[in-house]
Ligand binder design. Structure first.
Ligand SMILES: [Zn+2]
Length: 362
């Protein structure tokens, strides 16, 4: 998830001092809100902007702040609504339009995101990032328009041409196997079909901007580069099971999930054998501390990423063995609901996180 760090950066840049206010308490609340956003504290920022808005509901800037707080907390629908309200009150509030487009894209509303950025470029022709993003989104929309769909009960698989039809059918079968293997383990069965898109390697890099080592991506849609996977059905199963597990995690918790837990679960459940992970961790001289693996792995080199995934997979495997899949699913639900990590871990795993980490015998 490379998006998150970017949000914080954007938030910091947008924390501009407001013009003089008449109400000193409102001004104080607004400043508290911007400072919380700059510090990446979504909940504190949301509270400050909510209180400020109660006294000054027609202030576009406060709606912008509320939207940014919601985006930090991954409450994307709320964020979209706040940015839209800000723009209704002040159509020239450029920052709100920039973020509205990004959040629409994150919600999978590609056509809306494109319209928002068309307007943005008309309003702010000097914006340096918008034209490139708009181009990329248009390419994605064109490609998806061209694609065909294979519809299953739990998944829809989009693919480019008749040449990929066989592969799409195979992917659908593989995904169904993952659904019935991993769903029962965690006790989670998503009711809406999960969208899956099969890309060429080039399309995949272009659209997801994933690091070179990524074999798939999940952002509400499972995106997979095919890379001749047809002749390697074990690899296809592995990648699809991994991304499907991310979809299950998102069903349980849309926020507050440490990356090691998310990636560890996806990696532990993608296949049966973790011997490679033990070997990698031994070769690296030991496991990485889980606290260092809380945020995205996109910043790592291929080699660092390998150890990060191996460490995460072994940690989560131990949680699954000790407490069971349903307990891990409940932990995710608690985190998504805003629970503090250490308390939720203690409650669901029946041991403290510090104790769990100290006992890491890889
Ligand atoms: Zn992953």
């Amino acid at each position: 998830m490379p998006g998150f760090a970017r949000w914080v950066l954007i938030a910091t840049l947008a924390a501009v001092p407001a013009h003089a206010q008449i109400d000193p308490r409102g001004a104080l609340l607004e400043r508290t809100g911007w400072e919380a956003i700059a510090a990446g504290q979504g909940a504190a920022a949301a509270k400050a902007f909510r209180e400020a808005l109660a006294a000054d509901p027609k202030n576009a800037r406060l709606h912008l702040g509320a939207g940014m707080a919601a985006a930090l907390e991954r409450r994307d629908e709320d964020a979209r609504d706040s940015f839209e309200r800000a723009l209704t009150l002040d159509p020239k509030l450029i920052r709100a339009r920039v973020l509205l487009g990004q959040v629409q894209y994150r919600l999978g509303a590609l056509a809306d995101a494109i319209r928002t950025y068309e307007q943005l470029i008309a309003d702010a022709p000097d914006d340096l990032d918008a034209p490139a993003a708009l181009e990329r989104w248009r390419r994605e929309a064109d490609l998806h328009d061209r694609m065909q769909r294979a519809i299953g009960t739990h998944f829809t698989v989009s693919f480019e041409g008749p040449a990929e039809a066989e592969l799409a059918a195979q992917a659908l079968e593989s995904l169904d196997r993952a659904y019935w293997r991993i769903g029962p383990l965690l006790g989670v069965y998503p009711s809406d079909p999960i969208p899956v898109v099969l890309y060429t390697s080039e399309q995949f890099r272009d659209i997801t901007r994933s690091p070179a080592w990524a074999a798939g991506a999940y952002d509400g849609t499972i995106r997979v580069p095919m890379r001749g996977a047809l002749d390697q059905s074990a690899e296809l199963d592995r990648v699809l099971a991994h991304e499907f597990t991310h979809a299950l995690v998102r069903t349980l918790a849309s926020r507050n999930v440490p990356t090691w837990l998310n990636e560890g679960l996806a990696t532990a459940l993608e296949g049966s054998d973790l011997e490679w992970a033990r070997k990698d961790v031994r070769a690296a001289g030991g496991a990485a501390p889980l606290d260092a693996l809380r945020s995205g792995f996109g910043r790592f080199s291929g080699e660092q990423a390998q150890v990060a995934y191996a460490t995460s997979a072994l940690a989560v495997k131990r949680m699954l063995d000790e407490a069971g899949g349903v307990a891990v699913a409940n932990l995710l639900r608690d985190l998504g609901g805003g629970a503090d990590f250490d308390s939720a871990f203690l409650h669901r795993m029946q041991r403290s996180f510090a104790d769990f980490q100290a006992g890491a015998a890889f």
